[in-house]
Design a binder for this molecule. Structure first.
Ligand code: C2E
Ligand code: MG
Ligand code: MG
Ligand code: MG
Length: 284
């Protein structure tokens, strides 16, 4: 009986992982096609200066509306892109799409335009592609300055090859782009190392922000990250602000920028353009 039970469990395990493999395989194939047919979109979520309530930029977030399954979250397809190598063309597409969008906005509103776009770079992309060359291509074909882009990296980018990653960051700074450390506080944080990197902004992960007014541990973590950033001369962005209460708590603690559903959800390019044109927002 024991044996039969074990076998059954084993079969269950096999068929589950088979299903998972099939699912992954079809996502991978479908993602490849979606990229080739240009079916991905970038949406743009406003970043708000917490002191003035003004728009300070947008974060570009990849969106995939699958023809059979509807919306697929980047939390599902980015890992597939990373495992399959599709992150290289996807990453290049995101850079050039964001650069083209800024170029369109400059054309409409003039080059005094007070905004920029942040693009996420995956750690796998940094290992597999020549990212500074990809950024230079995107800037060159769109005809915009590097200072229009912020590149968001995660701490995981530094784990495997810290020396190589640092060289990439320096090359990106050489193109005048801004650099942000994304999801800060969730990864492997080597503070001594952080200090040596040319990072302009720390983005505080949503997991600390969401309940910080009710959870004193998270509030302590947030204020520690804010002091650290200020000691290192970096700006800060809090992600996942969903209420006026959280927004004003962060403003009081001296956080530079805020991002979250309280201000705006990620918007398609037309809605982001409308938001930009009408860009005075109240922060509570
Ligand atoms: P991220 O870079 O940390 O992006 C912020 C995520 O928080 C986004 O999720 C955004 O929609 C979500 N968010 C913002 N404000 C709120 C809020 O107030 N409440 C809640 N519940 N969520 C909020 P999204 O768009 O699902 O993206 C998830 C992750 O996928 C991103 O996290 C990023 O790591 C990755 N990703 C998205 N687009 C790209 C891309 O083009 N390239 C790469 N490499 N990664 C991407
Ligand atoms: Mg990000
Ligand atoms: Mg983030
Ligand atoms: Mg995050």
């Amino acid at each position: 009986l024991k044996k039969a039970k074990q076998t059954k469990r084993f079969e269950l395990f096999v068929s589950e992982s088979l299903n998972r493999a099939k699912h992954r395989f079809s996502l991978e194939t479908d993602l490849r096609h979606a990229l080739a047919r240009n079916e991905l979109e970038l949406h743009y979520q406003p970043l708000i200066d917490l002191d003035t309530g003004r728009l300070n930029g947008f974060e570009a977030l990849a969106r995939w509306n699958h023809q059979d399954h509807g919306y697929v979250s980047p939390l599902d397809f980015i890992p597939v892109a990373e495992e399959s190598g599709l992150i290289v063309p996807l990453g290049r597409w995101a850079l050039s799409e964001a650069a083209r969008t800024i170029a369109n906005w400059e054309r409409e509103l003039g080059s005094e335009l007070p905004t920029k776009i942040s693009v996420n770079l995956s750690a796998v992309q940094l290992l597999r592609d020549d990212v500074p060359a990809a950024v230079a291509d995107a800037l060159g074909s769109a005809g915009i300055c590097g200072s229009r882009l912020t590149l968001e990296l995660t701490e995981s980018a530094f784990v495997d090859d810290p020396v190589g990653a640092r060289r990439v960051l320096e090359a990106l700074k050489g193109l005048n782009t801004h650099l942000a450390m994304d999801d800060f506080g969730t990864g492997y944080s080597n503070l001594a190392y952080l200090q040596k990197l040319p990072i302009d902004v720390l983005k505080i992960d949503r997991s600390f922000i969401a309940d910080m007014t009710a959870n004193s541990d998270n509030k302590a973590i947030v204020s520690t990250i804010l002091s650290l950033a200020s000691a290192l001369g970096m700006k800060t962005t809090a992600e996942g602000i969903e209420s006026a209460e959280i927004s004003s708590a962060l403003r009081e603690l001296g956080c530079t920028n805020g991002q979250g559903y309280y201000f705006a959800r990620p918007l398609n390019a037309d809605a982001a353009y409308a938001f930009l044109k009408d860009s005075a927002v109240t922060t509570a």
